[in-house]
Design a protein around this ligand. Structure first.
Ligand SMILES: Cc1cc2nc3c(=O)[nH]c(=O)nc-3n(C[C@H](O)[C@H](O)[C@H](O)COP(=O)(O)OP(=O)(O)OC[C@H]3O[C@@H](n4cnc5c(N)ncnc54)[C@H](O)[C@@H]3O)c2cc1C
Length: 413
């Protein structure tokens, strides 16, 4: 019997889940199949680096219960990895040899961690964090770890450093660049965050290269170009790369992600879309194409593609936003900081609160906040609107006050 073609989604993560839930939400009643290589129900990844220590038997992260898919007649095939795309015949081929035909294919394959390129990176006790299984393994190891070395001072590394410190471990973060979060956060906030981590008991070594990881049968030390660190648990987070190999092997345009147009269709084949961490797309907030790794991007892109397939097309314009919980610090970012030329730091009404407004040619394009959710929400409201916010609008005013003032003008006019 030949399977009926329909919508096939490769990848059962945040973006893949959003596609199928938007499809059914918009009334699409054709066949829908999700092929997911992991064996868990689609789940959210943010708690993995923030709550790894809270329940070593498995954090509760499923996006919806299994009944969600059953009740909506969505075929969810877990543990079924797609090995190749046959775009000429409009079918995907799974590792188990099954061919699954499609009318429309959505690639939602996410990203994979970059490997740590040093001798000893495969010694037991050295972990990367991406999947629920990784988080469970790290959570168990944290139960007995006295000395934890985190390699990489990015979001995931710093979140895990705080988790390890919270369970009483001695924690050292080793970062190759001269600053923490060097690509993602303004220099002003980088320094502030460093001080917060150090005050919380985490040792930070920036400008430091890991040369090797050593141990007999299990990790014992991390050798850096400055000193040798004792370690019984090493966790590394040194960036991720898109899982775009299926698209590349099928001849689709790929350049650090599957290249899509503003509708999120492959620029090579309009019967294929790509969403989430694996997609490189045009965005009105960026000068060129961008690839974003965030829950907001995965969710909004998945929703847009689901609605488009169901008959309501729209260009992708969602404002990018992101958050990272690092111990007692909640960092939130609205907008994109690329090509900014000025940063204005604004203290909040308590010492824990801070905002940094980033400008491009005098226009506000991104806002970072620490422990200041109301200011973050005001930033999102203002950046989503077409009326720009200029540097001159912000003398002595927070975005919260400006958003309120503009709203009252809108109400009066
Ligand atoms: C530890 C961690 C913490 C994070 N914290 C935050 C945060 O605080 N805030 C935030 O905004 N973002 C955070 N992120 C990023 C966010 O989780 C991702 O951007 C989001 O999950 C991307 O969704 P996605 O569906 O594109 O990819 P994923 O959620 O990674 O899902 C992709 C799925 O596709 C599967 N797959 C890949 N290839 C195949 C194949 N050939 N066949 C079948 N299945 C395949 C993968 O195994 C995976 O299950 C975090 C990420 C991690 C790893």
């Amino acid at each position: 019997m030949t399977a009926r073609a329909g919508v096939v989604v490769v990848g059962g993560g945040q973006a893949g889940h959003s596609v199928v839930s938007a499809l059914r939400g918009a009334g699409h009643d054709g066949p829908v199949t999700v092929l997911a290589d992991e064996r868990h129900l689609p789940y959210q990844r943010p708690p993995l680096s923030k709550k790894a220590h809270t329940d070593p038997d498995g954090i509760q992260v499923a996006l919806v219960p299994e009944s969600f898919y059953r009740e909506r007649d969505i075929e969810l095939r877990l543990g079924d990895r797609v090995a190749a795309l046959d775009t000429a015949a409009q079918a995907v081929v799974t590792e188990s040899g099954t061919r699954v035909p499609y009318d429309h294919l959505v690639l939602a394959t996410g990203a994979r961690n970059r490997a740590l390129p040093v001798p000893g990176a495969d010694v037991p006790g050295v972990h990367a964090l991406r999947s629920l299984d990784d988080a469970v393994a790290i959570g168990k190891a944290l139960g007995t770890a006295g000395n934890v070395v985190v390699v990489g001072g990015g979001f995931i590394g710093l979140e895990l450093a705080q988790v390890a410190a919270a369970v009483g471990a001695q924690v050292t973060v080793v970062e190759l660049a001269g600053r923490l979060l060097s690509r993602a956060v303004s220099p002003q906030l980088q320094e502030h965050l460093r001080q917060r981590h150090e005050r919380g008991g985490v040792r930070i070594l920036t400008g430091t290269a890991v040369r090797a990881i050593e141990g007999t049968g299990r990790v014992e030390r991390v050798v850096t170009d400055r000193e040798v660190l004792t370690a019984d648990l090493v966790v590394y987070g040194i960036g991720a790369a898109p899982r775009d190999e299926l698209a590349r092997e099928a001849g689709l345009a790929v350049d650090d992600g599957v290249i899509v147009d503003e509708q999120l269709c492959s620029i090579t084949d309009a019967r294929i879309s790509a969403v989430g961490d694996c997609a490189r797309h045009p965005h009105p907030h960026a000068a060129g194409l961008v690839r974003l790794e965030s829950v907001q991007n995965a969710t909004d892109q998945g929703t847009l593609v689901g609605r488009r397939i169901a008959g309501s097309p729209a260009p992708y314009r969602s404002l990018p936003w992101f958050w990272s919980d690092q111990g007692a610090v909640k960092l939130q970012i609205a907008g994109l900081r690329t090509d900014t030329d000025e940063v204005l730091v604004v203290p909040g009404d308590s010492p824990e609160r801070l905002a940094a407004y980033s400008f491009r040619a005098g226009r506000l394009v991104a806002v970072e906040t620490l422990n200041w959710p109301a200011e973050h929400l005001a930033a999102r409201r203002l950046l989503e609107r077409t009326a720009p916010v200029f540097r001159s609008d912000l003398t002595g005013s927070t975005l919260g006050a400006l958003a309120r003032a503009r709203r009252s003008v809108e109400v009066r006019t």
